[in-house]
Design a protein around this ligand. Structure first.
Ligand code: MLT
Length: 404
């Protein structure tokens, strides 16, 4: 008899952003005349930059001509893109990462979910609390997280590293040694960052204990402060303990186009096995690569014009972040994030739970945000707003929030 993968039955409810989307759709159906402003999921709203569009058109035309048509992409991604990434995202920052250590993919979400597959099922993971839900959910699917404690809202085989106002929303190194450590800086959802010195401590710790850090750098383009690292490979020794995930979604607006990459240095060896070989094997077997035209669009991101245009977009969203942060602070909210990240993390007013505040905001202001508790138990009593909306909508949302 066919059976299902029971680990999937352990998942709690639906994916956070699907739950929110359903609630918002129900509200809209019941209130068809209301204009809802969506500052929930971190989805971009600005169109792709002209240089990227031009590259897409050109690549589409190439696909129409037998002389330039392309079929399957190389396993790791096209060299034209991997060379640009290695040069721009790493060599220029003094990081030693080679093009053949870069795996091009359809985005950081899938890579951050799939990467756990190449590690033992008995590995113990450590996550920030609150955390991007994909890291935990995919480990639940893999049967790695033990049982769920309803009262605590925690899995008993997961090490939670609370990120609270007291520690500046930056995790402390845990007492129990984890096997896999998920870190995301600038952080989703809190918008917090770590300094290079602090990140070096994590790298030293991982090397000392034989742990592997899965470092999500999806928001690095939003860094404005000088002592915040753009890559974990800026730290000495990271080649032997860290995997890094990157996305083109947030820096270049590819949420709908889909492109990302994962770096696995060949010096990262676990139980005598190069982790790079395992991911290469997985990539070769399960994946046929991001489309040629999308990889050409990715290449365009690294041209001089591409860089200038995407910097403008990042600045556009960061203007939103500043407006939200300053506007809410002036209205008496306690807010953080928004300086090196497109997320603003606020304390819910009047002792409301995260979901109560979600409902109040939707009912009274017709604004959608993300309840902090959806990212983990330490997110209870907090709320996330994204800076990825249109500027005019962001200002209107602020005005509406101030009236509730
Ligand atoms: C978020 O809102 O946390 C992100 O947009 C989700 C994602 O990137 O998958």
């Amino acid at each position: 008899m066919t059976t299902v993968n029971k680990d999937y039955l352990n998942l709690r409810g639906s994916y956070l952003f699907s739950t929110i989307a359903k609630k918002v759709a129900a509200f809209q159906e019941a209130n068809p005349d209301q204009r809802i402003i969506r500052l929930g999921i971190g989805d971009v709203t600005q169109p792709l930059a002209p240089t990227i569009i031009e590259a897409l058109h050109k690549a589409v035309d190439e696909m129409a001509d037998a002389a330039t048509f392309r079929g399957y992409a190389p396993d790791l991604g096209y060299e034209f893109l991997r060379n640009r990434i290695a040069e721009h995202d790493f060599a220029k920052r003094g990081c030693q990462i080679y093009p053949d250590e870069i795996f091009v993919s359809d985005g950081a979400k899938s890579d951050s979910g799939n990467i756990q597959e190449i590690f033992g099922r008995d590995n113990v993971i450590a996550v920030c609390d609150p955390v991007y839900p994909v890291y935990v959910d995919t480990n639940v699917m893999a049967g790695r997280t033990g049982s769920f404690n309803e009262e605590l809202g925690m899995w008993d085989r997961v090490i939670y590293m609370p990120c609270t106002a007291e520690n500046g929303f930056a995790p402390e190194i845990p007492e129990q040694v984890p096997d896999l450590i998920y870190l995301c800086f600038p952080n989703n959802p809190t918008g917090a960052t770590v300094t290079k010195d602090r990140l070096q401590e994590w790298v030293d710790y991982a090397n000392q204990h034989g742990s592997v850090i899965i470092y999500d750098a999806a928001y690095e383009a939003y860094i404005t402060e000088a002592d915040v690292p753009h890559s974990i490979y800026e730290c000495e020794g990271a080649r032997t303990c860290a995997i890094e995930l990157h996305s083109f979604s947030k820096n270049a607006g590819f949420t709908g186009l889909r492109l990302g990459y994962t770096v696995i240095p060949k010096d990262l060896v676990v139980e005598g096995t190069m982790v790079h070989s395992l991911w290469a094997r997985r990539h070769g077997t399960k994946y046929n690569g991001a489309p040629y035209i999308v990889q050409r669009a990715g290449e365009a991101v690294y041209t001089e014009e591409g860089q200038a245009q995407i910097k403008e977009q990042v600045a556009y969203y960061m203007r939103n972040a500043k407006a939200i942060k300053e506007g809410l602070a002036a209205a008496g909210y306690s807010v953080s994030g928004g300086v090196n990240a497109p997320y603003i993390w606020l304390k819910t007013p009047d002792g409301l739970t995260s979901w109560e505040f979600f409902d109040r905001l939707l009912d009274q202001a017709k604004v959608v945000g993300t309840p902090g508790v959806g990212f983990g138990p330490s997110g209870e009593g907090y709320f996330r707003l994204t800076a990825f909306g249109r500027y005019e909508d962001t200002l209107e949302a602020l005005e509406r929030i101030k009236t509730i």
